[in-house]
Design a protein around this ligand. Sequence first.
Ligand SMILES: Nc1ncnc2c1ncn2[C@@H]1O[C@H](COP(=O)(O)OP(=O)(O)OP(=O)(O)O)[C@@H](O)[C@H]1O
Ligand SMILES: [Mg+2]
Length: 166
Amino acid sequence: MTRVRFEFEGPRGRVRAAARAMGEAASAGDVVALVGPLGAGKTVFAQALLRGAGVPADVRVSSPTFAIVHEYQGRTKVLHADLYRLSGPESLDEVGLFSLGIDAITVVEWPERAGELVPRETVWVTITRVSPLRRRVVIEGEGPRAESLVAAAREGFASKPRRVAQ
Ligand SMILES: Nc1ncnc2c1ncn2[C@@H]1O[C@H](COP(=O)(O)OP(=O)(O)OP(=O)(O)O)[C@@H](O)[C@H]1O
Ligand SMILES: [Mg+2]
């Protein structure tokens, strides 16, 4: 399978534009894993991706730190998970993620907690804080869905800035 990769650095607006474009290109079955230390910007990335996936601007998107999974309706079902507090991969079914990537666009913070259960065609987004206002982002994956989401992220990053809902 083809491996694709896109790396960039930018302020919040550029990161959100790339994330939103990925959400616009995403379809049910896609899994996006967000990797990075506490406070890297995973939730901010997820919020923009969810808007791109069609979650309306008047629906509040908050961090699923305590609930572990929040479910939304966008163009398809959209799941936003934060596995930080998950005790282990075996409890994934308790939070409704045992079928990761089946019928929803799934965005997962702290995917490391899911161990081997993360699907092979997951698109990996690694975020690093380079300064208070700038992030380095690496988006990579294998296969046709990753190709399409990485291409979208490139275009989104390069697109004309516009205001979008948080
Ligand atoms: N792209 C960005 N540019 C500038 N600041 C950002 C960016 N992304 C996030 N931030 C800021 O960094 C802080 C942490 O963001 P966020 O909550 O998204 O991190 P996180 O990786 O989800 O953290 P956690 O591991 O606790 O879930 C917030 O104050 C947020 O406003
Ligand atoms: Mg978070």
